[in-house]
Ligand binder design. Structure first.
Ligand code: ADP
Ligand code: MG
Length: 728
């Protein structure tokens, strides 16, 4: 009898690579499946075009007549591409994307039919989406949810479906998705960053947050992945002995990309191009079979949509190339997991990156203003920043000596550290003309346009300044970027609002000049937020100790980290910035805790299942082989057999010990699960899952991995690490 694993290995071995040749140049494919400004200009009347553009840039409402025109043009455009269906495309609180396709087709009298798509269908839909998580919102309010068109993110064609990006809200107005709070946060940062940018340039009337994500992932042969119920059900391996060769030789990182993976990437990139996702960079990552892909940064809402869409496209194209795509943060123990860096900056309608230094002292003072306010915001809300990246899967990564620790800190590099030191010494109140000249020419004026520390990246920092942007490095690889982006933009918006109030007060009360007032407030901020700055090694125990002395939080697990999302401070923040109401915040908290418990519950079940139904039977089979061997030896050697069969006897005993270890621990784990499952309180339940159920995973795994080393390779049913990680 061959095991499923051997069939899978044979299938993998015999794979013919799926070739892909780009039908056209990337530049010709770019955006062809997007109802972009260009297609709108072509398909819309001038009136309708102006209506959509003004909704996109100024947030004005689109009236019914124009919506009808836009819908009809969209339909025409989509049908020219062979499209038959449309869908409102949204991002429910599951973290993924959702779509429900409706045909354009509509029967008319006399047995005929037409293709119809009107303003009503474009603007609003009521999907029967009662099974999406809502944290009790819809039950409490007895209201259904509806989706509403987000004209700031263009419609696109995916397959044979026209996808219209939408928000998803309850009839009572509460957000039920990831996009709605993000859009509100982006409005807040626009408003407050614009007000501050006006100190430096009156022509600024809009500030956009930009996001450039970097997506890490693994590709595993589909057949091998299928032999692993844990990979299929949980996205990670719950057991598996480490491979003799892992990443220790560093021979994968930036190495030549394996042909099969390259074919996948080429097709993925071409598809992304057509969808207007400006992918630019690809390379091997640190772990074997791990890769990364990054686009050119875009306006944050669009970038979030593009990342969500890309994760979906990736899975489909991977499958076509006979790969299983793994976006889990820690699919394999003992080698690096995956993350998703979120590069973030702020840019004005006048073309200035507020987080990049410039040529003049005034421009650099503006840069410092936004730079220091961001640091201050992170200091003020570090615990919320940590909460924003919390998930059962990301818990494996944060603080695991390969990813940033669970402690949030900011890395700014040596040059800017020195600039902040100088600014800290600025005189209180009015500045003498000499002091002003000094500051402007020798401190602010000396910040080079290109910061050298740019290259000196501290990879252990969760939030690092990298020359003209901050890089939020602790985001999970399978996370929806909307969540961390909502938090970051909201806290910086709030900080900029407070900053402007303080500066204006100093100008009014003390009759300080504008730049004096700005220097004064920034000096105080540098002093009060210094504790968040850290340039050292974030992996060491020393930093944990130092961070504790500094009073920084170190929330290692999701249920605990999530508390910051419902603190009074957060509720006040979201209320003031008009990002989320208390009801919305509490509903989300409940959903996230519930999701945590469910994920651990599923992992517990799958682990119990694999260890009892796959591992133990294989071990018993092998043990029987050994027993037969020993009995044979006894027949041959008589009383001498015990010394001759010593090793086999040890092995038989040892197998029994591990079998009993698994059996006992699986039972104990199930008992703990039962206790957790009857708990009413969602937080208590998640904490029980975290503290009582989860610790058994490692213990059970220990016995299974030991058995993997003992049992005849021919009998082992699950694809091994060395096979999943090194087959090409
Ligand atoms: P890496 O971090 O891998 O060395 P880069 O720092 O060059 O690579 O870029 C990583 C990502 O940061 C890319 O998606 C890029 O588009 C994005 N990025 C570059 N400049 C900005 C910016 N001003 N704002 C936001 N993202 C940016
Ligand atoms: Mg980076």
């Amino acid at each position: 009898m061959t095991t499923f694993r051997f069939q899978a290995l044979r299938e993998t071995f015999n794979r013919k690579p799926i070739k892909f040749t780009e039908p056209t140049k990337h530049s010709e494919a770019f955006g062809i499946n997007v109802f972009s400004e260009n297609s709108m200009r072509q398909y819309l009347t001038k009136e309708a075009y102006n209506g959509v553009m003004s909704a996109m840039t100024k947030g004005t409402k689109i009236d019914r007549k124009i919506a009808d025109q836009v819908a009809s043009a969209m339909k025409e455009w989509a049908m020219s591409k062979g499209v038959s269906h449309y869908t409102h495309w949204f991002q429910p609180l599951t973290g993924g994307t959702a779509e429900k396709h409706d045909a354009f087709f509509e029967p008319t009298s006399g047995g005929n039919a037409i293709e119809r798509f009107g303003g009503n269908e474009l603007v609003q839909q009521e999907p029967d989406a009662s099974s999406f998580p809502n944290g009790g919102i819809r039950n409490t309010f007895e209201a259904r949810g509806y989706t509403a068109w987000d004209p700031t993110s263009p419609a696109f064609v995916y397959g044979t479906t026209l996808c219209i990006p939408t928000i998803f809200v309850a009839y009572t107005g509460e957000a039920l998705d990831n996009k709605t709070p993000l859009l509100r946060a982006l409005q807040a940062i626009d408003k407050h960053a614009t007000a501050v940018a006006k100190y430096f340039d009156r022509n600024v009337n809009k500030v956009n947050a930009s996001l450039g994500w970097e997506q890490e992932y693994f590709l595993i042969d589909k057949a091998l992945a299928t032999s692993r119920p844990d990979l299929i059900m949980t996205g990670r391996t719950l057991l598996g002995h480490s491979s003799a060769k892992g990443q220790q030789l560093d021979d994968h990182y930036f190495g030549s990309i394996p042909q099969r993976a390259l074919n996948f990437m080429r097709e993925l990139e071409y598809e992304s191009m057509k969808l207007g996702i400006p992918v630019k960079t690809r390379h091997n990552e640190v772990a074997p079979n791990q890769f990364e892909l990054a686009p050119i940064y875009e306006e944050a809402n669009l970038a979030v949509d593009h990342n969500s869409l890309l994760m979906d496209v990736m899975g489909k194209i991977a499958s076509k190339h006979n790969f299983k795509l793994l976006l889990h943060e820690k699919p394999f123990a003992g080698i690096n997991g995956s993350g998703k860096h979120n590069n973030w900056s702020l840019s004005t309608n006048t073309g200035v990156n507020l987080l990049g230094p410039g040529k003049t002292p005034m421009r650099n003072l503006e840069f410092l203003t936004f730079f220091i306010n961001t640091i201050k915001a992170i200091h003020e809300y570090e615990e919320l920043m940590r909460a924003g990246i919390a998930s059962a899967s990301n818990d494996h990564r944060l603080g695991a000596n390969e990813a940033p620790p669970a402690i949030i800190s900011v890395f700014i590099g040596e040059q800017l550290t020195n600039v902040l030191k100088e600014l800290e010494g600025v005189t209180n109140g009015k500045l003498s003309p000499q002091e002003k000249t000094d500051l402007k020419l020798n401190v602010v004026g000396k910040i080079p346009e290109i910061l050298l520390d740019n290259t000196d990246r501290n990879r252990t920092s969760p939030f690092a300044f990298t020359g003209n942007k901050f890089e939020y490095r602790a985001v999970g690889s399978m996370a929806n970027c909307a969540n961390p982006m909502t938090i970051l933009n909201t806290i910086v918006a709030k900080q900029l609002k407070d900053f402007k109030i303080e500066v204006d007060k100093l100008i009014a009360n003390k009759e300080l000049k504008k730049d004096e007032a700005i220097f004064n407030v920034l000096r105080e901020y540098i002093k009060s937020s210094k504790n968040i700055l850290f340039e050292g090694n974030g992996y060491g125990q020393e930093w944990e100790d130092e961070a504790a002395r500094r009073g920084l939080s170190n929330n290692k697990t999701t249920p605990v980290a999530l508390r910051a999302k419902v603190s009074k401070k957060t509720i006040d923040l979201y209320d003031e910035m008009e990002v989320m109401s208390k009801v919305e915040i509490e509903a989300r908290h409940e959903i996230e805790l519930d999701e945590y418990s469910l994920r651990i519950q599923i992992e517990g079940r799958v682990l119990g299942d694999i260890s009892m139904n796959h591992v133990i039977p294989a071990a018993v089979n092998y043990q029987n082989v050994l027993i037969k061997n020993v009995t044979g030896l006894k027949d041959v050697f008589g009383s001498e057999f015990e010394s001759i069969a010593k090793e086999q006897l040890e092995l038989i005993k040892s197998i029994s010990e591990h079998i009993s270890g698994i059996t006992i621990k699986v039972k104990l784990m199930i008992d703990e699960r039962k206790k957790a499952n009857v708990m009413e309180d969602v937080e208590a339940k998640s904490i029980t899952y975290c503290e009582k159920v989860r610790p058994y995973f490692e213990e059970i795994r220990y016995h299974c991995d030991k058995l993997e080393l003992m049992v005849d390779d021919n009998l082992w049913p699950l694809a091994k690490y060395r096979e999943m990680l090194f087959t090409r």
